[in-house]
Design a protein around this ligand. Structure first.
Ligand code: GLN
Ligand code: ZN
Length: 769
């Protein structure tokens, strides 16, 4: 293939890069600053080093345009709030006194002032701080961070492109400030916000920026005609500015749909589109919209949020098609590389056979550069890269790791019958009541008990070889004894073993399943200074041996009350891991579900009659486009049922989800066919109970009566009030008493008092029935 874009060589671009540094230097500096151990100057110096190291890596790899302004001390949406001066009133004084301390106060709150709300960034595992805007919000431009970072890059002789959260996305991600009138829409502030963007663009232009990127990922979600009009208006206004930098409007995570013609017509200079995953539909949509005559297209053909090597041949074919649709085509990852770990080459413990299939930020950058080279200089120029890529792809496609005949045969044999419990709920509930003999308003917990410093030390000692497996197991058993005897004394009805042995609710299982990989340095930002290391679903999944039975059985041996078995559900296992891109998610979910099904059966055989399968991620994995949701919910609920349906009628299946808004998935919750569900409800005063009732939810439910996200201890009277409120919506023979979520982040002291108050509240309210 040779390039027909003769005007200029194809450029390699990146929208954003991991922010933490090779050894998580930024995390250490930020947390040190919070503790008072690192002065602000030292923090700024570390940050500047991380930025310049990132740019060096990108430039060394051959990237033509490096991003600036994507770096953040905490979150890039919070940085945008600072850039447009939308500091909430309650934080103004602190920000005015000390901008850095005030910034972190907005992120984390202080003793007296609440932080901004944090929520998920689209369907990734990154969380941003939600802007709070009201009718009185006054925007003022503060371009200092953007200009400084651009100037830094430019001073090192780089071609840099500042990246900003676009104005429409900024407003659509915001929520009404406290006190804003009912129905206030932040998007109504657009005309006030645009002049501020104009100022920032002018400042960047004055600093020398040729191009500025404005990210508008909210436009890949379903948008109303009014919202699309707002986007058209915004870019008409910004496009009409005199002496502005060239504008590149970027979208990612899905196809643009109705927003594509809007942006294609806008007087901006280029669009960046995602052509991976569901974004692949952008090719046809772009063709249907008549392409981008006169504009630059930045083609996100390298998946920016997964860890697999690119299919370079396929990407070149896509790029070839795109060359016919825009004035010039440049190459990029589909989104910021913030969502992947930094460097696969750092994973010395991963089998080199598998390592060749993996591509983290550094490798993705190289792929982008290779594709840009191939596009402008012809495939001969990248012959060796293409050959290596083909061989790695073939090795992945034919590996026994990705194709286990046994796993595949088992998945292929699954029928509808395997995903249905043999008895209808009405029969099961009678059998379960007879078998378990629980009081009305039974009290239980969500699974984990406090993960104490001693437990974490024991695990670290085990991993470092300072203690042996035997000593570690004794330590866990001692913890289980304590947890079980405490629950008996406290008067809890359905006990748990406390999950002391689990480092994390996904990783614990991933480590025991064949086909899952763990990384050593694969940190990805979750929020602020918190990083996680998602495991990788690399191959066909099977369970060589029971994963939890030993601990649950031990706990059950200590008590005559029922002990609940505790598993993480298939959807959550996928949601909090890197998933395979070589088969539909549905397939991977089925494989995980079958492994869990074996565990469920082994638990039952070991005498466990209450089994909880947690699915806190069911809702967060919803596709961004509503049209794609029914198909997702079908396979997601089916996978849950596949793991839980092969049990006796008197075995009670629980599930747990930690959120209060689930109106859009209440049918899916019913489709799980669990016998009992526990949900978060304490903060919303049992709103969940009313919603379940409104939707006619026909099962038992435990709306949480203790907000475990706060160290506050609920009083007996408060818990009793919540239970009475719950009883207005849910009949007494279907209401459970439990906290909102697991207790692993709580201390023992507050746990004891709170649970005792919960039991007392249950007794009080029972006596009123
Ligand atoms: N069983 C888990 C626990 O208690 C559930 C955690 C969660 O919902 N995120 O920790
Ligand atoms: Zn939870």
């Amino acid at each position: 293939m040779t390039s027909k874009s003769a005007a200029a060589a194809t450029r390699a671009a990146v929208y954003g890069y991991p922010r933490q540094g090779l050894n998580r230097e930024l995390k250490k500096a930020v947390e040190g600053y919070w503790k008072g151990a690192v002065p602000a100057d030292a923090l700024h110096a570390t940050a500047a080093e991380v930025r310049s190291e990132n740019w060096r890596q990108l430039t060394d790899a051959g990237v033509d345009e490096v991003p600036t302004g994507d770096f953040s001390y905490y979150d890039h949406v919070l940085d945008t709030t600072v850039m447009v001066g939308a500091i909430p009133d309650r934080h103004r004084a602190a920000v005015a006194t000390d901008a850095l301390a005030g910034y972190f106060a907005m992120a984390r709150g202080t003793q007296d002032v609440a932080p901004l709300e944090m929520t998920k960034w689209f369907d990734t595992n990154y969380h941003y701080l939600v802007p709070e805007l009201g009718p009185g919000t006054v925007f003022t431009a503060n371009s200092a961070k953007q200009v400084t970072e651009y100037t830094e890059a430019q001073a090192s002789g780089l071609c840099a492109r500042p990246v900003l959260v676009g104005p429409v996305t900024y407003l659509l991600l915001a929520k009404p400030a406290p006190g804003a009138a009912e129905g206030f829409e932040p998007l109504s502030l657009l005309d006030r916000l645009l002049p501020v963007y104009a100022d920032v663009l002018a400042d960047l232009r004055a600093a020398g920026a040729q191009w500025v990127q404005l990210d508008e990922p909210t436009l890949v979600q379903d948008r109303t005609p009014a919202e699309l009009d707002a986007a058209a208006h915004a870019y008409r206004v910004l496009g009409a500015l005199a002496d502005r930098p060239k504008l590149l409007v970027a979208s990612y995570f899905d196809r643009l749909g109705d927003a594509l013609p809007v942006l294609a017509k806008a007087p901006v200079d280029g669009l960046a589109l995602d052509f991976t995953g569901p974004g692949a539909a952008n090719v046809d949509e772009l063709a249907a919209a008549g392409g981008l005559p006169g504009k630059r297209l930045v083609a996100g053909v390298v998946d920016g949020r997964n860890v697999w090597i690119n299919d370079l041949g396929k990407s070149l074919a896509t790029l070839g098609t795109l060359l016919g649709l825009a004035d010039r085509v440049d190459v990029s990852a589909s989104c910021s590389l913030l969502h992947v770990p930094l460097d696969a080459a750092a994973e010395k413990e991963i089998d080199p056979q598998i390592l060749r299939w993996l591509s983290f930020a550094r490798q993705k950058t190289e792929e982008v550069v290779t594709l840009a080279t191939g596009l402008s200089r012809g495939t001969e120029a990248i012959a060796s890269e293409l050959a290596a890529n083909r061989s790695a792809l073939a090795s992945r496609a034919h590996s026994p790791i990705t194709r286990s005949p046994e796993v595949r045969a088992r998945v292929a044999a699954v029928t509808g019958k395997d995903t249905r419990r043999p008895q209808p709920y009405e029969e099961r509930v009678t059998a379960q009541r007879a078998h378990l003999g629980l009081p009305l308003l039974p009290v239980t917990t969500i699974g984990s008990f406090p993960q104490t410093a001693e437990l974490r030390t024991a695990r670290a000692d085990l991993n470092a070889g300072r203690i042996g497996a035997g000593a570690y197991e004794q330590r866990i058993e001692a913890e289980i004894r304590e947890v079980v005897s405490y629950q008996e004394k406290a008067g809890i009805d359905v006990l748990v073993h406390g999950e002391a042995e689990r480092n994390d609710m996904v990783q614990y299982f991933a480590e025991q399943l064949t086909g899952y990989l763990a990384t050593r340095h694969g940190w990805v930002q979750s929020y602020g200074s918190r990083y996680v290391r998602p495991p990788i679903l690399a191959g066909d999944i099977s369970r060589p041996a029971p994963m939890t039975v030993r601990w649950t059985r031990y706990a059950q041996s200590l008590t005559s009350r029922p002990v609940k078995g505790m598993l993480t559900g298939p959807v959550t296992m996928l949601a909090w891991s890197f998933v395979r891109d070589d088969q539909p998610l549905r397939e991977t979910a089925r494989q995980v579900a079958l492994a869990l099904r074996d565990e469920v059966q082994d638990l039952e055989a070991a005498g466990t009659h209450v089994i909880q399968v947690d699915e806190p991620a069911l809702r967060e994995t919803l596709p961004l486009r509503t049209a794609d949701r029914p198909a997702y919910l079908t396979w997601a609920t089916e996978a849950f049922r596949l793991s839980t349906s092969d049990v006796r009628p008197d075995t009670q299946i629980h599930t747990h989800m930690c959120y209060a808004e689930f109106g859009d998935i209440v049918q899916a919750i019913t489709d799980l066919d669990a016998d009992v569900i526990s949900l978060e409800a304490a903060r919303s005063h049992m709103q969940v109970a009313r919603e379940l009732a409104a939707h006619g939810y026909p099962r038992e439910a435990g709306p949480g009566v203790w907000d475990i996200h706060s160290p506050r201890v609920p009083s007996t009277e408060e818990a009793a009030m919540l239970l009475r409120t719950g009883l207005e919506a849910i009949p007494a023979d279907r209401l459970w008493v439990n906290p909102d979520c697991g207790l692993k982040t709580r201390g023992w002291a507050e746990t004891r008092t709170s649970l005792e108050n919960l039991v007392a509240a249950a007794r009080t309210v029972r006596s009123e029935l």
